[in-house]
Ligand binder design. Structure first.
Ligand code: 5MM
Length: 332
């Protein structure tokens, strides 16, 4: 088994999931702002420290996606975060996309940037300990959206990223996020997600990417957050798995979910319904940011005296989602 296949298998180990701790400086600022903590390199380090030093995380986490800033930071005791994860047997990964920009001539649509110099950056990230990477594209649903061009342009960039990752012995996570924002219904979400994933896998194949060394990070097929009729977890599960059956080649070893603005409990309930109904061929688990970190951050509020309670809440969310992976989540 080559290195990337071995890393992919480790990331998709049974009874484990991934933590997306890769918020950009702007997004980290929003999370910290919500708990009235100033957004500085040191407060972002403390934020990462809270989660990465939680006792027992290694029981639940196979990998953590870092932001580039975190890759160079250290825990309170001076241990570099990368080393801390390695000591716990958790694989460090890195978000390498450069974020989104408006797609010229396509109002309301975004293109993910970051291909310039990416090969050299991936080489350097490997030297720093990263063994997998992540690239997120954003697809919006709305009046006349998404356009085929937006889906194709994003899928092409994503496929070039994935090919560069594999050239550098790094497992690419490809994350085409169909946004939850809007009044669209479940059926529309399924149509758009299906179209998006078909194009992503077409482009990955055209670019010669080894699909058995790729992980898909997907949104669930879910009703828009302003849709008057909200789908049930069982409906979400059925639509999501049907969409994957129609689009994700069997060679792909695994699919991990983003939470995408669902509440922490919703993300667990929906994962549980998926976990109950899923029967391969891919491994399925979570790669949440907000649904794992949101409730603990509300407890932490940047105060040292709240660290232990916040970390206990983090473990609670991890345990709930690991149970949900197998459809064994018992509720709160
Ligand atoms: C969709 O966001 C990803 C998953 O997080 P959620 O579970 O909260 O939806 C997440 O990995 C995201 O890509 C990072 O937080 C980086 O986002 P920004 O917008 O800060 O680059």
């Amino acid at each position: 088994m080559s290195e990337i296949h071995d890393i992919a298998a480790q990331l998709l180990a049974d009874h484990k999931g991934l933590l997306a701790a890769d918020e950009s400086v702007t997004s980290a600022g929003k999370r910290l702002g919500a708990i009235h903590v100033e957004n500085t390199p040191e407060s972002r380090r403390q934020y990462r420290n809270l989660f990465l030093t939680t006792p027992g995380v290694e029981q639940y986490l196979s990998g953590v996606i870092f932001h580039e800033e975190t890759l160079g930071q250290a825990a309170d005791d001076g241990t570099p975060f990368v080393k801390l994860l390695q000591q716990k047997g958790i694989i460090p990964g890195i978000k390498v996309d450069g974020g989104t920009q408006p797609l010229p001539n396509y109002p309301g649509e975004l293109i993910t940037e970051g291909l310039d110099g990416l090969g050299e950056r991936l080489h350097a990230f490997y030297q720093q300990g990263a063994r997998f990477a992540k690239w997120r594209a954003v697809i919006s649903i709305g009046d006349g959206l998404p356009t085929d061009f937006c889906i194709a342009a994003n899928a092409q960039a994503m496929a070039r990223y994935a090919a560069l990752c594999q050239e550098n012995n790094i497992v690419p996570i490809v994350e085409p996020e169909v946004l939850i924002d809007g009044s669209h219904d479940l059926a529309t979400s399924e149509v758009v997600t299906t179209k998006t994933l078909k194009e992503v896998f077409t482009q990955l194949q055209i670019h010669g990417v080894d699909l058995s060394g790729v992980i898909l990070k997907s949104s669930m097929v879910i009703s828009g957050n302003a849709c008057p009729t909200q789908a049930t977890p069982d409906d979400i599960s059925a639509a999501t798995l049907r969409c994957f059956k129609n689009t994700v080649p069997a060679e792909v070893p695994g699919i991990v979910f983003l939470s995408g603005g669902q509440s922490a409990v919703q993300a667990t309930q929906n994962l549980n319904a998926i976990g109950k109904a899923a029967h391969g061929p891919w491994k399925i688990t979570f790669s949440y940011a907000r649904a794992l970190q949101g409730p603990p951050l509300q407890i932490w509020k940047g105060k040292p005296e709240n660290v232990a309670a916040a970390q206990a809440e983090f473990i609670k969310r991890l345990a709930a989602n690991v149970a949900a992976n197998s459809g064994e989540y018992a509720g709160e």
